[in-house]
Design a protein around this ligand. Structure first.
Ligand code: NDP
Ligand code: MG
Length: 381
């Protein structure tokens, strides 16, 4: 009987959190879902806590946390706010932590988790893009990537020497507007943008996939995870979403990771490491190769300028990655509210970045402040 590890899932009520919990429900002999955290979804977190018989529940929103505490009346240990997340990380019962939260609110908790040497699985790309310069040196035991492209590259890199890597490639399905003419993009709605052709995801990342900002953000994420300069990280359009990432080595060999597009497979490989667990889902077996034609295309950066803006931010570094994260959050929320059009997202982000006159952050706390600054600037510029 393997030793059961206590896992904390931050962002449990979200899309990736759901995939993580689905995997954990199949791996009960390996994991106890000991703690669950979300932002403000009281009912959702309570339901999950009861389903997984967890010990600790945390909501980042203190008001929601107080309501939850009253509701569960002693059945769980309940906490709120950043202190609540810290309580999870500092608890000696906590073995491993999954960051499946959105936004940058959980950055202080990630810092604590890394400093205390906890095993960390990361889907929350915003925190790494905003503050990777400080996060990666803290990650003495590494960070296991859950984002599917990075998880693919991480799998391809096993048993390889990092200095023998020439380039890495992150694939993008191209989103719902891959073949929509540029002139028709002016009028597309949030509902259309959120209808991702391949992956069911949270709302914000679905819009980012439609603008290709998600791929640009992922290129910066990859820079930190794999210690590569921006020019050696490429994006490739692959509408079938069966190849998630590939690594080109100096000898001309290319390794690709091929699997059905489902976050549960990335999570299964990550939670299983260094072993490999059996795939419990027949429908997630690899597709039939006999008639498969795999296609790749170069992304159109004129039609999807967010990709070019993110690449530029990656090359400039310093303040620009955290500004990119905040500006995009602000612009996407305005688009989701119907206040700006789809094409205005890139224009707004560009305006926020090009109007910045300050210096580079010198700590992760300053990087976090820049995210907030850019988000609020996006609402006014
Ligand atoms: P969702 O919007 O579906 O879920 C976000 C989750 O984070 C919710 O559980 C939310 O709680 C929680 N949350 C937000 N802020 C905090 C906070 N301060 N403290 C604790 N919990 C918080 O997002 P996704 O699941 O789509 O994405 C999550 C992250 O993973 C993002 O960074 C995204 O870019 C990345 N990602 C997503 C993929 C996907 O397939 N969806 C794939 C790869 C990466 P509540 O429900 O209470 O609001
Ligand atoms: Mg991804």
């Amino acid at each position: 009987m393997p030793e059961r590890r206590n896992i904390a899932v931050i962002g449990a009520t979200g899309s990736v959190g759901g995939a993580v919990l689905d995997v954990c429900s199949r791996l009960k002999e390996h994991f106890k879902v000991w703690a669950l955290a979300g932002n403000s979804n009281i009912e959702g977190l309570h339901f999950l806590g009861a389903s997984f018989q967890s010990d600790v529940l945390v909501l980042a929103d203190p008001v929601a946390a107080a309501t939850l505490t009253q509701k569960v009346s002693g059945r769980f240990s309940c906490y709120g706010g950043i202190e609540g997340l810290n309580a999870i990380i500092e608890d000696p019962r906590c073995d491993e932590v999954v960051f499946a939260s959105s936004g940058t609110g959980t950055l202080p908790a990630l810092v604590k988790a890394l400093k205390s040497g906890r095993k960390v699985y990361l889907a929350n790309k915003e925190i790494l893009v905003a503050a990777g310069d400080w996060i990666m040196p803290m990650a003495r035991n590494g960070i296991i990537p859950l984002d599917s492209e990075h998880n693919a590259v991480w799998q391809c890199m096993k048993c390889e020497k990092p200095d023998r890597v020439k380039n890495i490639f992150l694939t993008a399905s191209g989103g719902p507007f891959l073949d929509t003419p540029l002139e028709d993009l002016e009028k597309v709605t949030f509902e259309q943008a959120a209808r991702h052709p391949v992956w069911p995801m949270g709302k914000k990342i679905s819009v980012d996939s439609a603008t290709l900002m998600n791929k640009g953000i992922e290129m910066i994420e990859a820079r930190h995870l794999f210690s590569l300069p921006p020019e050696r990280i490429k994006a490739v359009i692959h509408p079938q979403a069966l190849v998630h990432g590939f690594v080109e080595f100096v000898d001309g060999s290319v390794k690709m990771l091929f699997s059905k597009p489902d976050m549960r497979l990335a999570v299964l490989s990550a939670l299983g490491f260094p072993e490999r667990f059996d795939n419990p889902w027949d429908f997630l077996a690899p597709p039939d190769f006999s008639e498969l034609i795999v296609q790749f295309r170069i992304p159109d950066e004129e039609k999807f300028p967010c990709l070019a803006i993110a690449k530029e931010a990656s090359i400039l570094g310093g303040a620009y990655p955290p500004l990119l994260i905040g500006a995009d959050e602000g612009a996407v929320s305005l688009f989701m509210e119907g206040k700006i059009g789809f094409l205005e997202i890139a224009k707004k982000v560009e305006r926020v970045l090009s109007s910045y006159r300050g210096g580079a952050p010198t700590s992760w706390e300053e990087a976090l402040s820049l995210v907030d600054f850019a988000r609020s600037t996006a609402f006014t510029i």
